[in-house]
Design a protein around this ligand. Sequence first.
Ligand SMILES: O=C(O)CCC(=O)C(=O)O
Length: 251
Amino acid sequence: MNDFAEIVGRYREDGFAVVRGVYSPPEISAFEHAIDRCVRDVARKLEPGDIYFEDAPGRPMKSMFRLERHEESLAAMLTDPRLLDMARAVYDDAGVVLETVMCFGKPARSGSVTPPHQDNAFQSWDPPEAMTVTIAVDASTSDNGVLICQRGSHKAGLLSHRPSGVMGFSQMLIDTPDTAEYPEEEIRMVPGDVFLHSVDTVHRSGANHTDRSRRQLAIMCHSSRAKVDEQRQTRTQEILRNLHADNAGRS
Ligand SMILES: O=C(O)CCC(=O)C(=O)O
C-alpha cells in the first residue's frame, strides 16, 4: 500500500485533502469519452433525479448520477485499487465501500452556483465516516467554478439545512460557519488530481464565467462502520420529491 500518512493527517485535520497526479492523461481522456457517451447516449434514458441540466441555451449537462449502471469504464472506478487504498488509509478499515459514480459538469459560461452544504444533509451517514472522492477531468481554477471548502468545518458536525430551490442541490446551509474559525480554501486542481472531502465538510462552488468547462467525476465512499440513518434519509427524499413535483417539465 502507498504511504498515505500525510494525506490522512490532512484529511483528519482539515476535513479534506488533495492527492496530486493519480490518473494519467490517457486515463483522463478515457473518462472524457465516457462522459461524452453518457451525455450523448445515456442522458435521455436517465430518470429525473439522475440528471440535471443548466437553465441556459442548449441546456448543457449540470450533473448526472448513478453512472456506474450505464458505463462500464466508470463502474470500474468503484474497484480501482488506488482509490480503495486511499479510502482504507483514511478510515483504517479494510471494508470500505466505493458506492456510486456522479459527474458534475460546470459547463463553460453557464455552470451555475452550488450553494453551501454538507453532503451528509443528502446522505445521512451515521457515524459520518463517509466522503466524496472527486476526480478532476478538467482543470479547476478560481474563475471556472472551483470547489471551495471550509477548513475544519467537518468538526462542527451536521448543521441545519433548508431547501435551496436549486435543482441538483436541493439542500443548503441555513447559516454558514464563521470563516474566521473555518477558513475557506479553493481546491484548484489539474486533470488527474483526486480530492477527498468528508460528508461533514462545508463546501460550495461559484458560477463558471470562463470558456472552459470544469468537469469532475465524483464517487461516494464510506467505511464499513457507517450506516444510513433511514428516518433522516426518508425526510430528505420527501423534500426531493416535492422539488421535482414543483419543477416538473423543467429538469
Ligand atoms: O461540483 C460542484 O459544484 C459541487 C460538487 C459537490 O457538492 C460535491 O462534490 O460534493
